[in-house]
Design a protein around this ligand. Structure first.
Ligand SMILES: Cc1cc2nc3c(=O)[nH]c(=O)nc-3n(C[C@H](O)[C@H](O)[C@H](O)COP(=O)(O)OP(=O)(O)OC[C@H]3O[C@@H](n4cnc5c(N)ncnc54)[C@H](O)[C@@H]3O)c2cc1C
Length: 409
């Protein structure tokens, strides 16, 4: 038997995430108070763990989910939940790093994952709200690269259009700019609600889900893993999935993931009489970028102003200043729209250098997996993680399995 490292708890977010207030406290799961055996143990019950449990149970594999917190109250409840296939690194830049063949396959896997999530949402009664995604050029000097990106994606069959000039942009986006790329495939959701809908479905198909159950220790052997919780209960599992989100960063090789701080706001109800331009998801080419989406009751969700540090105290101390800066920037760049913030929060956010997730077997342990959706479309990547791992456990190879290995970082 060999011990495996376990993530330490970090402060993932603070302030008032809108989804927690909106949804109240009507979803509750027990803590684990006995020993248990399962085919697959999943550490983490956020959107990634929920998708893993969903896929495993659908495939007839028993799953036990363990979360230190209340379910979906880690990064998942802080998410602004714009669901895009567009990866943080444009395809033409990703191609420079990993070659066009792998860049194209990464984009295709991401688009496929989003389609698959749309189908899952429909199936479990938590429909995604389908919206186009519009990326606006932040400066005139970004226009050429955005046009190139649009041409490359069109050449490879992606449903995108390029819009040139401020007038054309203002017809598809509230954020002004000299050019824009519109992708037809996109969606938005309440990630908290989707996570609970997935857990509810997984329970109905055999999963066992435990909240307030911190995994303290992992021993692995050739037959699987034995997990021990803080209260001393043991979980015997043939397979183990680390779906513990950004807290996993500390047990990965140094430099694999950078943790930053990010800020999000929701405007007061009635800010918009109706959703802007097909309710498009809006982001831009600058990095870090400003992004926004519409939400129920005529609200706007706005995010950005990332900082390259992870210290929660520093992050929280800036919340007021960041809120004011985001509002000013929105009102300047989206005039004549006004933004009165009603909810504001900040969170830790993880990125890899190539904007891709980490989906891999744990080194020297073919029965343990990392399921880590990183970057601006972390949720879309979580879908790929769940599918790749399900296939691995079934002894099959997912076509995207080679793209997201830890060893590349
Ligand atoms: C402000 C903000 C905005 C974002 N916006 C978007 C967006 O628009 N679109 C998008 O796709 N993504 C977005 N993201 C990213 C997205 O939220 C994450 O990719 C996603 O929520 C990660 O889900 P997860 O389940 O992997 O992690 P989490 O939701 O953090 O779940 C991991 C769980 O593991 C548990 N855990 C950790 N260690 C242990 C242990 N030892 N024992 C038991 N349990 C443990 C934790 O308690 C936690 O609940 C955003 C993130 C933030 C912070």
């Amino acid at each position: 038997m060999a011990a495996q490292p376990v993530p330490h708890r970090i402060d993932l977010h603070s302030g008032v995430p809108y989804w927690l207030v909106r949804n109240g406290t009507n979803e509750s799961y027990p803590s684990l108070n006995h020993d248990i055996r399962t085919d697959a143990a999943i550490i983490g019950g956020g959107i990634t763990g929920a998708l893993c449990a969903y896929h495993l149970c659908e495939a007839g594999i028993g799953a036990v989910v363990l979360d230190s917190r209340a379910l979906a109250s880690g990064s998942t409840c802080a998410s602004t939940a714009l669901l895009q296939y567009d990866i943080d690194l444009p395809m033409h830049e990703l191609a420079k790093r990993i070659g066009i063949e792998r860049a194209l396959r990464s984009y295709r896997a991401s688009a496929e994952a989003l389609r698959s999530l749309i189908a899952i949402g429909e199936r479990i009664g938590c429909k995604l709200d389908l919206r186009p995604s519009v990326q606006v050029a932040s400066a005139r000097s970004h226009v050429r690269a955005l046009r190139r990106e649009a041409e490359l994606r069109m050449e490879h069959g992606f449903d995108v259009r390029f819009f040139a000039g401020p007038e054309e942009v203002s017809a598809i986006s509230p954020l002004a700019g000299p050019a824009a790329l519109r992708s037809e495939l996109g969606a938005q959701v309440d990630a908290w609600r989707l996570t609970h809908a997935l857990h509810t479905h997984a329970i109905a198909t055999g999963a066992k889900i435990f909240a307030h159950t911190h995994v303290d220790h992992i021993e692995r052997s050739t037959e699987g893993s034995t997990l021990t919780t803080r209260n001393g209960h043991r979980i015997q599992a043939d397979f183990l999935i680390h779906a513990a989100g950004y807290e996993t960063a500390d047990i990965l090789p140094s430099g694999a993931v950078s943790l930053h701080s990010t800020y999000a706001l929701v405007s007061e109800a009635g800010t918009l009489e109706e959703p802007w331009h097909d309710g498009a998801l809006i982001w831009e080419t600058a990095h870090p970028y400003l992004y926004m989406r519409t939400a129920p009751e005529g609200r706007i969700i706005l995010g950005g102003r990332d900082e390259k540090f992870r210290d929660p105290r520093l992050r929280d101390a800036l919340l007021r200043k960041k809120t004011a800066a985001l509002v000013d920037e929105f009102e300047e760049r989206c005039a004549p729209l006004q933004f009165v913030p009603e909810f504001a929060w900040c969170g830790t956010f993880g990125e890899t250098k190539d904007g891709l997730p980490i989906i891999d077997q744990v080194r020297d342990d073919p029965r343990s997996y990392f399921a880590l959706g990183m970057g601006g479309n972390g949720i879309t990547f979580s879908v790929i993680a769940a599918e790749v791992i399900r296939e691995g456990i079934l002894g099959r190879i997912h076509p995207a399995a080679d793209l997201f290995r830890l060893g590349r970082l």
